[in-house]
Write a protein that binds this ligand. Structure first.
Ligand code: ZN
Length: 164
C-alpha cells in the first residue's frame, strides 16, 4: 500500500523545506529542543538507512569531506585516541592490581604489561599489536590476571636477558 506520505513525498519535502526557509527561528528552536535527536532515538534503523543511502549516492563527496575534515582535525583526533588508549591502559593496570612494578615496586611511566609465561609473541600473532591486546584483555579480565603482570622496563629487560 502506498501511503499518503510516499505518494506526496516530493511535494511534502518541498513544503517542509519552504517552511524551514521561512521560519529559521523555529527550526533553530526545534533543533535546540532536541526534536531531531528524539526522532533519531525512536527510529535508529530509518536513520541508518537514510545515512547509508546518502553515503552510497555521495560517496566521493563524503570521502573527500571526511579526508579534509581529518586533515583539519588530525592533531585533535590523534590526541583523543592517545587519551582513550591511556584510559584503557589504566583500566588494565587496575585489573592487574595497580600501576607499579610487581617485582621491584617501581612507580612511574616506564611500565609494561609483561607476559608471565613469555607468550607475548603468540599473543601478537593471534590478537595483534599491543593496543589490540590491551583491548582484548580488558574484555577478558580473568585471562589477563592469569597471563599478565605489571613490570617496569628494567625488570622486563632483566627477565628477557635471563631467558636467553
Ligand atoms: Zn621493576
Amino acid at each position: 500500500m502506498i501511503t499518503y506520505y510516499e505518494k506526496n513525498k516530493e511535494r511534502l519535502k518541498q513544503r517542509t523545506k519552504q517552511w524551514q526557509k521561512e521560519n529559521p527561528d523555529k527550526v533553530k528552536e526545534q533543533n535546540q529542543r532536541g526534536y531531531q535527536d528524539d526522532w533519531v532515538k525512536k527510529n535508529p534503523d530509518k536513520r541508518k538507512e537514510t545515512l547509508d543511502n546518502y553515503y552510497e549516492k555521495n560517496k566521493l563527496v563524503c570521502n573527500e569531506r571526511n579526508r579534509i575534515n581529518y586533515q583539519k582535525n588530525r592533531v585533535k583526533y590523534l590526541l583523543r585516541a592517545k587519551i582513550k588508549y591511556e584510559g584503557q591502559r589504566n583500566k588494565l593496570y587496575i585489573i592487574l592490581g595497580g600501576k607499579y612494578c610487581v617485582k621491584c615496586g617501581y612507580i612511574g611511566t616506564a611500565l609494561n604489561f609483561e607476559h608471565i609465561n613469555n607468550d607475548g609473541a603468540e599473543d601478537t600473532r593471534v590478537i595483534g599489536n599491543t593496543k589490540k591486546q590491551v583491548l582484548y584483555y580488558l574484555n577478558h579480565p580473568e585471562e589477563a590476571q592469569k597471563k599478565l603482570q605489571v613490570y617496569c622496563a628494567n625488570c622486563n629487560w632483566e627477565k628477557e636477558l635471563e631467558r636467553r
